[in-house]
Every structure is written in C-alpha cells, then in structure tokens.
Design a protein around this ligand. Structure first.
Ligand SMILES: [Zn+2]
Length: 177
C-alpha cells in the first residue's frame, strides 16, 4: 500500500520528504545509541547526499550536535561555492550554536522538520524542562539564508514519538534536557 504523507507543509516536495526520512533514520540511530534523536544531512546542488551526522552527545561531548558537525565537515571538505550551494536537512531546527555554525560556514538553505518551539512544547507535554539556553528562532539568528520549516504530519509525528521514547527511557520529571 502506498502511504501518502498527510498534511505535510506544502512547501516541501517529494525530494525534501525523501531527505527528511534519511534524517529520521539518523535520529533513530542516535536514539538507539542513547542520545536525543537528532539527525541531519548535507545535500549538494545535484541533490546528492554528501554528508550525514547524528547526535553524539553521549559518545563525544555536549557540543556534538549533528548540525555543527556538518558545518565543520563542510569547512574542511567543500569550497565556499559548494557550501553556499548546499542544503542542510535536519530533524530539528538548529539551536543558536548550530545556527551560528551554519551561517559562519556559509552553508546554503536550511530545511527542518520540527521547530525549536515545537520541541519545547513536546518536552513540556512529556513533563521535562527545556534546556539551559533560550531557543531563539533560527530565522532570527541567520541572515540571508533560505529557511523552511516546520513540516506537519506523519514525519513530524515520527520525530515527536522518538523524543517521547528518549524521555521515557532516560529522564525523570525533574531533569533538564
Ligand atoms: Zn545545536
């Protein structure tokens, strides 16, 4: 049976959805490894995936968000022109650290599945407090970059469910994320 994505933001096309699914797989790998579920990819001008990263906070350190890892990879491996033509797809909107890294590395567009605001609402719903920094919208932090998100519908439901599973497994109500 072919399942149609319900009520997904109409600004995302079938190629975007395909890339978000890769990000969701990476987020699932993070979840399985005991990390909060975040996954991101870089796509070049020919719509080819050139780099993938997932949350590795447990394995490395608290700064090991996938988006900053991709920004560093891009600086080390791509020309300015290639970086400007690349797109980052990610399961969650950047935190301010990653938003800065995205722009300083001169990466092109940013497409995210769920927003920082949504994540905050979900964490509240799951009974945990939000993290230690304010989640300012990426659109307010980054200048001159195309930003799309969030998407609604099945893919958004999937990442929300992964966040719920992470909370159930790893946190108590008094913990901060
Ligand atoms: Zn981040």
């Amino acid at each position: 049976m072919i399942q149609k994505e319900k009520s997904l933001d109409s600004s995302f096309n079938s190629t975007d959805i395909k890339f978000f699914k890769v990000c969701l797989d990476l987020a699932k790998q993070a979840l399985d490894a005991g990390d909060q579920p975040f996954g991101s990819i870089l796509v070049n001008a020919n719509n080819e995936i050139i780099a993938k990263a997932r949350n590795r906070i447990n394995e490395k350190n608290a700064l090991s968000h996938p988006e900053i890892e991709l920004a560093k990879w891009a600086l080390e491996n791509l020309s300015v022109e290639e970086r400007q033509k690349s797109k980052m797809y990610t399961t969650g909107e950047h935190c301010p650290m990653c938003a800065g890294a995205h722009r300083w590395a001169e990466i092109g567009s940013l497409y995210y599945l769920s927003s920082g605001e949504q994540l905050g609402q979900w964490l509240e719903e799951f009974g945990v407090e939000d993290g230690p920094i304010n989640f300012i919208s990426t659109k307010e932090i980054i200048k001159n970059v195309e930003i799309k998100g969030p998407a609604n519908g099945e893919l958004s439901d999937k990442i929300k469910e992964m966040h719920r599973q992470f909370i159930v497994k790893h946190k108590t109500a008094s913990d901060h994320i």
